[in-house]
Design a protein around this ligand. Structure first.
Ligand SMILES: Nc1ncnc2c1ncn2[C@@H]1O[C@H](COP(=O)(O)OP(=O)(O)O)[C@@H](O)[C@H]1O
Ligand SMILES: [Mg+2]
Length: 586
């Protein structure tokens, strides 16, 4: 494996695509630096050649030049800032897209291990920090050149005096370097705290129902206060160092200035320099001050931003433990045979606990398997292995005799339809939400799927029918309505293999009947794995699989298992599987 490039070079590598505008921007920035220095020269001409000899003609010319220089300077300043900002925004846009793409590709286990707030902070707080640092590159260039031209002019006027004025520079730079080292450390801390704050906030938003129902407002607020306080302390630490920088640097600057004025005045008196030249020299020294200070600040900011960049790259480089093997062929057509062969699984972590042991299970095309077992038995885990939300730790899963890990992941998933216990609806219209099952589906197909999903009746009652906007700022649907949207999605996708994970268990009896009716339609001619609590659903299955603590305890039809008088029989009697046995099953 290649060693990771350091975050600085990696950030610079984003600039490669913008070389043209970057050159123009830097060229303009350089001219801004040059034109800034021109003021000092004009000042000298004013004193030595206009005021002393009382030359009115030259005064007009000098003022015209002054104006012209500043108009040009403004023009170049605009060009360089505009171009560099545009580059910064474009790079941010690119990084945000890369982050989004990455988040979409990450295995589910990543989101179980990391809090969403921390992931969000990469986008909301780290990207702007990196962008800010990128945009400072041209300010840094302008300032460096201003300093360079000022120094050149000073040396040209009197190299001795120039050298003399640099005496204090090593001292200043040592102090500033010490300060910026501190700042960098504090910077990482501050960004981390911002992540914690975002995470706390987003947790409160996700859990608002629980907070309000349990009256946990005060308790959660107290927890937030701790995070908030820790953030405050980190920010204040940062403030201490940033506020210290200015007074310290200014103190050194004033001492240096005093020394130079003392030496410069002596040179003028002894005839080494004209008055205008001394003023020019001092003006240069003065003009160097702001850029020099700003350069040290930029250096500190850039160092701070490296921490943010590193966190972004950590996320971008997060290994995808579930991805297609290079060159894996696409799964083209599927009959629907599903086979688990000696599958074991654990969720990993420091002390992995086995969740599934040695599972063997075979479903022929079109068959229905019902998984039953107590909560925590491993039913969801078992079905989640099929579309590779997780990979088995031992054994393998085969579809039509093909190992699911040997084929292209996207093509594999295209054969599955999943109706979970609770369905997430994206912000957008109801039509778009159904079309998630088949991007680009015609409105005819969408209506057909909605009809078969028993969703037509409630969609027709929505204010704008299929065009009704759902999600955060739109209409909210009831649980039963959501499930019917999920079924419509699945119908539209027309999958070969169907996974129903407690699709009706969060519903009331009335909407359950409607949803169950739609599900029955959906299950026709598809290999189905269904996790259900209704005996009416379970009893009809071709195969009932009874799971206990990750192992298959019993398999067979309803009749077989009742006759066996084991765990299934017990579950039925204890009404863990409730509802009367339907008349078509005896
Ligand atoms: N993301 C996860 N990380 C670690 N352990 C998990 C995770 N999801 C489920 N488990 C554990 O795996 C076991 C089986 O869970 P699950 O498959 O959800 O059971 P069921 O669907 O039968 O209720 C449980 O002990 C549960 O605590
Ligand atoms: Mg479950």
């Amino acid at each position: 494996m290649n060693p990771r490039p350091d975050p600085f070079n990696r950030t610079l590598s984003y600039l490669h695509q913008h070389v043209g505008p970057l050159i123009v921007a830097f060229f303009s920035a350089a001219l801004v630096g040059l034109f800034t220095t021109a003021d000092a020269k004009i000042l000298q001409i004013l004193i030595d050649d206009v005021l002393a000899p009382k030359n009115y003609g030259l005064l007009k010319i000098a003022l015209v030049i002054l104006l012209a220089v500043h108009i040009l300077r403004g023009l170049f300043l605009f060009t360089s800032r505009y171009l560099v900002s545009r580059i910064g925004h474009r790079i941010s846009r690119q990084i945000r897209e890369e982050l989004f793409r990455k988040v979409e590709a990450l295995p589910l286990s990543y989101f179980e291990k990391n809090r969403s707030g921390q992931i969000l902070a990469r986008m909301s707080s780290d990207v702007p920090v990196v962008q800010g640092a990128l945009m400072m590159t041209n300010t840094a260039l302008t300032h460096s050149l201003t300093v360079f031209f000022c120094l050149a002019l000073m040396c040209w006027l009197s190299w001795k005096l120039a050298l003399f004025s640099l005496i204090l520079l090593p001292v200043i730079s040592t102090v500033v370097r010490w300060l910026s080292r501190r700042l960098r450390r504090v910077g990482s801390l501050m960004q981390e705290r911002v992540g914690d704050l975002t995470a706390s906030f987003s947790e409160a938003i996700s859990g608002i129902r629980e907070i309000q129902a349990f009256g946990a407002e005060e308790h959660q607020l107290n927890r937030f206060r701790q995070v908030n306080q820790a953030g405050y302390e980190a920010f204040m630490k940062g403030t201490k160092y940033t506020s210290l920088t200015s007074p310290i640097v200014e103190l050194f600057y004033a001492s240096g200035m005093a020394l130079v004025i003392w030496a410069g005045a002596r040179t003028v008196i002894s005839g080494g320099l004209t008055v205008g030249q001394l003023v020019e020299f001092l003006a240069c020294l003065g003009m160097m001050f702001h850029p020099l200070r700003s350069l040290t600040e930029i250096q500190a900011t850039v160092k701070q931003s490296l921490g943010a960049a590193e966190r972004i790259y950590d996320l971008l480089d997060e290994p995808l433990c579930i991805e297609s093997r290079p060159g894996a062929p696409a799964l083209v057509s599927v009959k629907g045979k599903v086979e688990y062969r000696g599958v074991s699984f654990d969720y990993g972590g420091e002390n992995p606990v086995s969740v599934l042991f040695d599972i063997d299970l075979c479903l022929l095309p079109g068959q229905v398997a019902a998984l039953v077992g107590k909560s925590g038995a491993g039913k969801t885990t078992l079905v989640n292995l099929l579309p590779r939300f997780h990979d088995a730790t031992k054994g393998g899963i085969y579809i039509d005799e093909v190992d699911i890990r040997a084929v292209d992941l996207k093509s594999l998933r295209s054969f599955f339809g999943i109706v979970p216990q609770e369905t997430f609806l994206f912000s957008g219209t109801i039509e778009e939400n159904i079309a998630l099952g088949k991007p680009g589906a015609s409105s005819e197909e969408i209506r057909c799927a909605a009809t078969d999903a028993n969703a037509m009746e409630f969609i027709a009652r929505l204010p704008e029918g299929f065009a009704t906007v759902l999600g955060e700022r739109g209409v909210n649907l009831s649980g039963g309505q959501r499930q019917r949207v999920a079924i419509a999605r699945a119908l539209l996708k027309d999958p070969k293999i169907l996974i129903l994970d407690e699709a009706t268990s969060a519903l009331d009896t009335e909407s359950e009947a409607l949803v169950q009716d739609a599900l029955n339609r959906l299950m026709q001619n598809r290999t189905t794995l269904v996790i259900a609590h209704r005996l009416s659903t379970v009893a009809k299955a071709d195969q009932i699989v009874v799971l206990e603590a990750g192992t298959i305890r019993e398999t067979g039809t309803h009749g077989d298992l009742i006759a066996l008088g084991g765990l299934y029989h017990h579950l039925c009697k204890a009404q863990v599987l409730e509802a009367p046995i339907p008349s078509d099953v005896s």
